[in-house]
Design a protein around this ligand. Structure first.
Ligand code: PBG
Length: 328
């Protein structure tokens, strides 16, 4: 019997051989932790659909970021939950809004050791739950919303954000924000554009986390977030954002859009981020809790897949536990 021409198993024989030839290496440096900070609470509030993740107080947030810094996690992205909401989401750009206060705290606490990113959107701040101010049809008015995003960007950058991350999927948002930042004398603040953001069912637990129910319009974001059936459109979104001045672009969600991550990686030279969203985490945790899968092993494998697809930066609720495991 003829031997096969290639013996692929040779390089799989020992752990050291496997380590030597591994193509993809997931490290702590790849990770960004999404964190929630809520106004008007005196103790952290657990989020039922995101086990292990909480709505932080300013104090508990500061402690968490200090610990993430000690673990070597290079970045965090903040989401605010205001005490009061209104039609335009004005708490989002209030200098005393919860995210701005938290950014000041964190800058004082960790200096430049951790990249401070701020999600830049209105849905956590509007009483109707949409990502912009509504037009007569109950959908976000694109250009009126851009003016508000510009204000939020300046407020977040002034409060200490290294990176602002617009996630509202309004056309022209990156250009509007870049112009506003430069005009306010904040040319060093970078923009991580949620460029290819899909209208996904996987955001469910996040909406519990920030107490958002979409009441305006049709009750979903399909008039501004991307249709999951479309991949080519993602490249048009990414090209537009890069042309408008995005420093990094993001694909979101991650796991169900690995093809999009790979296509975006091949199409642009800027760093590509991927957001492993709340539903991805919730599915993993729920199955692990039932003993149906090995949670720790699956967490590593799924995150590795996002890296292998081409992500340079991975936003994941697993950041802390992966950092602990990778140090392990
Ligand atoms: C919008 C925003 C959302 C997420 C991040 N930024 C929610 C949405 O578009 O409805 C979802 C993140 C997640 O599910 O983990 N501010």
């Amino acid at each position: 019997m003829a031997f096969p021409a290639q013996r692929l198993r040779r390089l799989r024989r020992t752990p050291a051989l496997r380590r030597l030839v591994a193509e993809t290496r997931l490290g702590v440096d790849d990770l960004v932790a999404p964190l929630f900070v809520r106004e008007g609470i005196d103790a952290p509030v657990p989020i039922a659909s995101l086990p292990g993740i909480v709505q932080h107080t300013r104090e508990s947030l500061t402690k968490e970021v200090r610990e993430l810094a000690e673990l070597g996690v290079p970045g965090v992205v903040l989401f605010g939950i205001p005490a009061a909401r209104d039609a335009t989401g004005s708490a989002a750009w209030d200098p005393d809004g919860i995210v701005q206060l938290a950014l000041h705290d964190l800058r004082d606490e960790v200096g430049d050791r951790v990249v401070l990113m701020a999600d830049l959107c209105l849905d956590e701040y509007t009483d109707h739950g949409h990502c912009g101010v509504l037009d007569a049809a109950g959908q976000p008015d694109n250009d009126l919303t851009l003016d508000l995003y510009a204000r939020i960007a300046v407020a977040q950058a002034t409060a200490g954000a290294d990176v602002v991350a617009p996630s509202g999927m309004m056309d022209g948002q990156v250009a509007a924000i870049r112009t506003a930042l430069d005009g306010a004398g904040l040319p060093s603040t970078a923009i991580l554009a949620y460029a290819a953001k899909y209208a996904s069912a996987l955001y469910g637990p996040f909406r519990h986390a920030v107490d958002v129910a979409i009441t305006g319009g049709e009750g979903d974001r399909r008039s501004y977030q991307q249709d999951p059936r479309n991949a080519r459109e993602a490249l048009a979104e990414v090209a537009a954002d890069v042309a408008e001045g995005a420093d990094m672009v993001m694909v979101k969600p991650a796991l169900a859009y690995l093809d999009v991550i790979a296509a975006v990686r091949a199409a642009v030279d800027v760093p590509v981020a991927a957001y492993s969203v709340s539903g991805e985490y919730a599915m993993l945790k729920a199955a692990a809790e039932r003993g149906w899968i090995d949670g720790a092993a699956t967490a590593l494998e799924l995150t590795l897949a996002v890296k292998r697809a081409g992500a340079d930066v991975i936003l994941t609720y697993l950041a802390r536990e992966l950092a602990e495991a990778l140090h392990g």
